[in-house]
Design a protein around this ligand. Sequence first.
Ligand code: GAR
Length: 210
Amino acid sequence: KKRVAILISGRGSNMVSLIEAARAPDYPAEIVLVLSNRPDAAGLARAQAAGIPARAVDHKAFPDRARFDAALQAELDAAGIELIVLAGFMRILTDAFVEAWSGRMINIHPSLLPLFKGTHTHERALEAGMRLHGCTVHYVVPELDAGPIVAQAAVPVLPGDDADSLAARVIVQEHRLYPQAVALIASGGAVLDGGRVRFAERARAAEDAL
Ligand code: GAR
């Protein structure tokens, strides 16, 4: 099983869905560490309640981003982490850290990328008059929210929606999509290859075997 660390900054609902999925005996990843850049993140207590080692690496305790990232790296090394899963982690990582984890770090973003990078995605989707919205799992690259796409889920935008009702519809899909995408990557079903996602041709292989 791939040794996974989840990085959070807040409530950690995606983290909980990943921890629950990883309880299945045949799940190809194990969640061995949760880190938060915010000591007050509600997700830390939720991880500990689930029996997962969870620690804060308070970004305010470091003079610059490089030294914060070095502290993260030390925690990840100590735990033998092979894949980083960002789940509501709201801190920009240095290019050096991102490059060091190239192909081994993914993020979930609450929009159908490449639309609505950054924050306040639900408000902006409504403002733009979108009839569809959703979430995206992507590999992390130095440019924010711009990495190669692994998986997406779409939801309708309904008459009368506000940002909260739309966010509630999207997060249901996040909780379904992220455990699937992590399993796909952890099992080798998707790899980053020359800046593109290469998907294993499992379906074809199964057909050929008939
Ligand atoms: C999720 O909607 C996630 O997609 C988003 O923050 C929320 C975290 O919720 N991530 C980003 O905006 C990343 N820039 P959670 O803490 O309950 O999983």
